[in-house]
Design a protein. Structure first.
Length: 296
């Protein structure tokens, strides 16, 4: 584990607060040249708008940025319909949708919304089944059949086919789930708040072992990182809490030393300022630094 050599991408974590100027912020991220906009998926959170509705509006309001749930709440979203929604958004946006997927958390809230409470084992089993179901529904084939413990397809008809090869990114942290990411997913999508840099080597190793055992290259798997912090003009107050130079150093280290390749800004403070400084000052500096270090 070190640098998997993948191209860098940068994005913005759009918190779906109903009272915020969400579409204006998304348009700004698009205009500033970011690659991705991710939206968390907590339907039971009363202050939030619904994630797929927001992603659809963001895609309709922007020109080039790709959108994805960061990450979709599987226990409240049947995977066949989720696959249809994701593929439809991809078709309608001209190939600008990806799929972040989670096994579920906050089970009391999920249950309050009519979802099924699952044990940790059940949640990962269901996640694995869901990946199979989603890929079948994206295939465009007819008479789809799948018999799982949690999900079934009984002669289902697939379509539309996504406009591009959509990726499935797993927001997971446990050993079985990391092995699933290495075996079956296109990307791994942790957050810096819980997958802290010191933990990354062990987490990557679990993914890489499973990938290699399945005949895949570890570099086949995208490594996305929701980076939580604040860009300031003062001195450092810890990891990703400080000036532009510190952010540039730390994200460069994450790319060439800790295997991450895609960085989704989850900022505190004034969002307009944080977004603009990330896109205009940090992103180009990191791209330049990483290119220099890789060439060296």
């Amino acid at each position: 584990m070190g640098d998997y050599g993948r191209p860098l991408e940068f994005g913005y974590f759009l918190v779906p607060n109903a009272d915020d100027p969400l579409l204006d912020t998304a348009k700004a991220a698009d205009r500033l040249g970011l690659d991705l906009i991710g939206v968390q998926d907590h339907p039971y959170q009363r202050q939030y708008v619904e994630t797929w509705t927001l992603l659809s509006m963001v895609a309709a309001s922007t020109e080039r940025v790709r959108v994805f749930p960061d990450v979709a709440n599987l226990p409240l979203r049947p995977p066949a319909v989720l696959a249809k929604a994701a593929a439809s958004l991809d078709v309608l946006s001209g190939g600008r949708s990806e799929l972040g997927l989670g096994a579920g958390a906050f089970w009391d809230a999920i249950e309050a919304y009519g979802g099924t409470r699952r044990t940790p084992k059940e949640a990962i089993d269901a996640l694995e089944e869901a990946i199979t179901v989603i890929r079948k529904v994206w295939s465009g084939e007819r008479n789809l059949r799948f018999e799982g413990q949690h999900y079934q397809l009984n002669g289902a008809q697939a379509g539309p086919v996504p406009a591009h090869r959509m990726e499935i990114w797993l927001g997971v942290g446990g050993p079985r789930a990391l092995a699933l990411a290495g075996r079956a997913a296109d990307g791994w999508l942790p957050s810096s708040s819980w997958a802290t840099p010191d933990k990354l080597p062990e987490l990557h190793a679990r993914i890489d072992t499973a990938a290699t055992d399945s005949g895949r290259e570890p570099s086949d798997i995208r490594r996305l990182y929701n980076v939580n912090g604040v860009i300031t003009d003062g001195t450092s107050e810890g990891f990703l809490r400080g000036p532009v130079e510190q952010w540039t150093d730390e994200i460069t280290d994450l790319a060439v030393g800790s295997g991450m390749d895609t960085f989704i800004l989850w900022a505190e403070g004034d969002q307009d300022t944080q977004l603009r400084r990330f896109a205009e000052e940090i992103v180009p500096a990191v791209r330049e630094r990483v290119a220099t270090e890789r060439n060296a």
